[in-house]
Structure formats: structure tokens, C-alpha cells
Design a protein around this ligand. Structure first.
Ligand code: SF4
Length: 291
């Protein structure tokens, strides 16, 4: 049995920078709390806790020190609220997420109705919408939801995607909006890093040598689940958080196992899983580079 890593996998640039910023902050002796997980990976969250930067779910739970805003970003009003509470802010919001905040503000000022294709409960989407007048935006991701809205009453509509989505899966939804509203335009907001990991997962799945695929990532990570869904189209695929989730029976009779990881998975977890697979009888293969 061999192990083949995807050509692209794991930490994206935004998460890599967020991870480094929080670790440097902790090394300098600062203490505080991260609002939501800094990335959707339980191992990273535990590591941050050991460094003295735990995770909270609400700003009100932080009463001193610093609050860390994760790569997903926060509603702009959270910066004011943090200052009002006398908190220091460590902002690790990804620049791509800030681009969407900026573009949405411009579209709003120009009178457009905003549409966010994504999960209304996802922190990134909450960051875009929390401070807005509910009459000025929609969050949706199904054709049924799109059909339920009278798009013709809007002169202009600006469509944004949650960064980690696979745009192709929502083409039908977006085309429906465009057909109903001639003033609808799309913003190019799909994250390049996510798409690269997804494209590499397709290639991994299509590799005829590979009998099964292991996808590593946090169970709450949307982009990890998307990778898993892609891999499952081609081969038996298993979503694991780490070595402890591996089941040797998955690989019986399989010569080559594919390996990929979500954008919130640190390199050391990928290495650990590969080592464990090797220990099951697989010599490690030459691997592609992580983003
Ligand atoms: S997936 Fe893309 S948008 Fe999200 S944090 Fe990473 S680089 Fe930024």
C-alpha cells in the first residue's frame, strides 16, 4: 500500500497567517480569548488553549485582556464593542474576507440588494450580515430559496459567495437570480486557495491507482466537508480529525490511499496521519506541497 498526498491541501494563506499571529501574540506573554475557533480545527483550538488563548462564543465572555477575531472575520460593530469593553483586539481576519466586506459596503452605497450564497449560521456570513438592515440582503443557498424571492423588484442585485464554497454547485441558483433580475451581478469571492484544494481533490479521486481517500480536518470545517464530498464521488472516503479516527479495516485490500486535508488542518496533523498509514504497511510516497 502506498500513500499519495493531493497536490494541494491543508492550511491556506489566511489561516496560516492567523495561526502565526496568535502564537506570536501568546509568546509575547499576552493572554486573551478567541471569539469562535481561530480556525475550525479542534487540535488547533486545544493548542491555543495551552498557550493561554482559549475560545469563547460571545464577546461578553471576554472581560479583560485581548479578544482575537478569527480569519472568518466579525461584523464591523464588534470592533466598537470590544473597544467599549476596554479590550485589546488582535484581528486575524483574512484579507479576502475584508475584500468582501469592502465590496458589499460599496454595493450597498450604490443601492444594490445584497445576496450572500452561503450558510447564514457560518461566522464569515454573520460577519457580513449582522450589522445590516435585514431588508437590504438575502442569505440563501438553494434554488427553492431563490425562487421564493421576487427578484424583479430590485433594480440592482450584487451576489457574493461565502469564500469556501464551490461556485459550480450554486450555478443554477445564481443563474436563476440573474434571469429574474437583469441588474444582478456577481462578485468574484470564491477563495482561490479553497478552489485549488478542491481541484486537487478531484484529481486525487480520478487517480486510478487510489483505492480510498482519507480527508483530514475538523468536523465543523465547511471546506473540509466539501473536500470530503468531492472525494466521495470517486472513491470510498473517510473524514478524520487525526490518527485516532483511522480504522485499519477501511484499507483492507487497497494498494494506494489518497490523502488530503481541509484549509484549517495544520501540517503536523497531515504528517501524523501519513505516518500512521505508513505504519499500517504503506511506504510514504513523494508528496505535493501544501499551500
Ligand atoms: S480559505 Fe481563503 S478566504 Fe478563507 S481564510 Fe483561507 S485564504 Fe482566507
Amino acid at each position: 500500500m502506498r500513500v499519495e498526498r493531493a497536490e494541494k491541501y491543508g492550511f491556506c494563506a489566511g489561516v496560516r497567517i492567523a495561526d502565526k499571529k496568535v502564537k506570536k501574540f501568546a509568546r509575547l506573554g499576552h493572554r486573551g480569548a478567541i471569539l469562535g475557533q481561530v480556525v475550525h480545527n479542534e487540535r488547533v483550538v486545544e493548542e491555543m488553549e495551552r498557550l493561554g488563548v482559549g475560545t469563547v462564543e460571545a464577546l461578553e465572555q471576554v472581560d479583560r485582556g485581548a479578544v482575537v477575531f478569527s480569519a472568518h472575520g466579525v461584523p464591523p460593530s464588534f470592533h466598537h464593542r470590544a473597544r467599549e469593553r476596554g479590550l485589546q483586539v488582535l484581528d486575524t481576519t483574512c484579507p479576502f474576507v475584508y475584500d468582501i466586506h469592502d465590496e458589499a459596503s460599496i454595493a450597498l452605497a450604490e443601492g444594490a440588494q445584497l445576496v450572500f450564497i452561503g450558510d447564514p449560521r457560518h461566522r464569515e456570513v454573520i460577519g457580513y450580515t449582522h450589522d445590516l438592515d435585514p431588508a437590504r440582503y438575502h442569505v440563501l443557498h438553494t434554488l427553492e430559496e431563490a425562487r421564493a424571492i421576487d427578484w424583479a423588484r430590485y433594480a440592482r442585485v450584487k451576489i457574493f459567495y461565502q469564500t469556501t464554497l464551490n461556485a459550480e454547485e450554486f450555478e443554477e441558483v445564481v443563474r436563476h437570480i440573474e434571469a429574474e433580475c437583469p441588474g444582478a451581478t456577481r462578485a468574484d469571492t470564491i477563495c482561490y486557495a479553497t478552489k485549488e484544494n478542491q481541484d486537487a481533490a478531484h484529481r486525487l479521486g480520478q487517480d486510478p491507482r487510489i483505492g480510498a481517500i482519507v480527508v483530514i480536518g475538523g468536523r465543523r470545517s465547511a471546506n473540509t466537508r466539501h473536500l470530503w464530498e468531492i472525494c466521495r464521488r470517486y472513491k470510498p472516503s473517510y473524514l478524520v480529525q487525526g490518527v485516532g479516527d483511522l480504522d485499519p479495516s477501511w484499507f483492507e485490500g487497497i494498494d494506494t490511499v489518497g490523502l488530503t486535508a481541509g484549509a484549517s488542518t495544520p501540517d503536523y496533523v497531515v504528517d501524523e496521519v501519513e505516518t500512521a498509514l505508513v505504519a499500517l504497511g504503506a511506504p510514504a510516497a513523494a508528496s505535493g506541497g501544501a499551500p
